[in-house]
Write a protein that binds this ligand. Structure first.
Ligand code: BEZ
Length: 209
């Protein structure tokens, strides 16, 4: 196999990086991307990453021509144009906007869960703001309730951008908020997640500390 032509700024705990890794697995492209591990938080930036992505965020993908693209949605779109199988982001029609909207809602769950992680783990205890955390939690609850009642049947149709994003969000809740107990409130989502979590792309990208 030839050497990877692209480099992904990567952290094994990042759910946003995980979305990219899952798409690479699902589309048979893992061999095209090398991993460059970085440990970043909002208060500990990585200077090399910041040089390539001024926001300092992961994932960022260095292409073969040295251009750098970010964030995860842009990278997923780029990589979905680099394989010959069925697209994981529908190219046009109402399916495109529906699946991207579901993916965006799943990303909102992820954003809220990561902000809670930073607030409860990184921020000094005396500076924490409970009401702010509560509002992030409510954002997660409202979004999961929507997926449970309005979207779980559609999600089952394809393992695509929407399903990958939601699977990463639910897995991240298990990883960082293991006591949340979301399965009892959203049993149809729990059943859906059990099925997708057995996919090789999910098993091979399990987050680690
Ligand atoms: C985490 O450790 O939870 C984390 C790491 C990177 C990005 C987002 C979250």
């Amino acid at each position: 196999m030839s050497a990877p032509s692209m480099t992904l700024y990567y952290n094994a705990a990042s759910p946003f990086v995980r979305k990219v890794l899952i798409l690479l697995h699902e589309t048979g492209q893992t061999g095209r991307v090398g991993l460059r591990p970085v440990t970043v938080t909002p208060v500990t930036p990585d200077s090399d990453l910041c040089h390539n992505n001024p926001s300092g965020k992961i994932p960022a993908l260095c292409l073969a021509d040295d251009n750098v693209i970010h964030d995860s949605r842009v990278i997923l779109d780029y990589l979905d144009h680099q394989h010959v199988g069925s697209p994981l982001i529908p190219r046009d029609g109402s399916a495109r906007w529906r699946r991207l909207t579901l993916a965006s809602l799943a990303d909102a769950v992820l954003d809220a869960a990561v902000l809670i992680r930073y607030e409860t783990f990184l921020r000094p205890e005396e500076k924490r703001w409970d009401q702010w955390v509560d509002n992030q939690s409510e954002k997660i609850s409202r979004s999961l309730a929507y997926f449970e009642t309005e979207a779980v049947t559609e999600l089952s149709a394809n393992f695509d951008i929407a399903s990958i994003s939601l699977a990463c969000a639910l897995a991240y809740l298990d990883f960082r908020q293991p006591d949340l107990g979301w399965r009892s409130s959203y049993p149809r989502l729990a059943n859906w997640y059990y099925g997708v979590s057995q996919r090789p792309s999910m098993l091979e990208t399990t987050p680690t500390v």
